[in-house]
Design a protein around this ligand. Structure first.
Ligand code: TYD
Length: 136
């Protein structure tokens, strides 16, 4: 499995850092939705789902967390601990987010509006879905 991590370019000067992200430039899709998680309780594992169509970029803009990616054949754990790193998460990818630091803020750029029918929340259903929709 190829992990696609973007390294965004900060505009740093003696005042501090600033990162600007534009759709189709820094983010490889039209940004239809942005959401973020914070105050995540200790030991919590979020996610436990895949998406049929949705693509995302995850940025831990403060603190740290880990993302487990699972394409049905292989699993990888990717730490996110820098505000200038973005992890691309494709559709048809089971994901779990865990090991959140107390101060973690996980920002997500999404290619689609919220649509519950795009979610696969059952792991067996995910395995069947990827068998029926193999990667091209
Ligand atoms: P949930 O899917 O449980 O989050 P996670 O993938 O991190 O485990 O979402 C939590 C709640 O937020 C759930 O009630 C659905 C709602 N929600 C929205 O209304 N819009 C959104 O864009 C997202 C991601 C979630």
């Amino acid at each position: 499995m190829q992990v696609v991590k973007y390294v965004f370019q900060p505009h740093g000067d003696d005042r501090g850092q600033l990162i600007a992200l534009e759709e189709f430039k820094d983010i490889p899709f039209k940004i239809k939705r942005v959401y973020y998680m914070y105050d995540t309780a200790g030991g919590v594992v979020r996610g436990h789902h895949a998406h049929k169509k949705l693509e995302q970029i995850l940025v831990c803009i403060h603190g740290s967390c880990k993302i487990r990616l699972d394409n049905g054949k292989e699993k990888k754990v990717v730490p996110l601990e820098k505000p200038y790193e973005g992890l691309y998460v494709a559709n048809n990818m089971w994901r779990e987010m865990f090991d959140f630091s107390e101060d973690a803020v996980l920002l997500v750029f999404a290619s689609e509006l919220y649509d519950e029918s795009d979610y696969i929340r059952d792991y067996d259903e995910f395995m069947n879905f990827i068998k029926e929709h193999p990667e091209k």
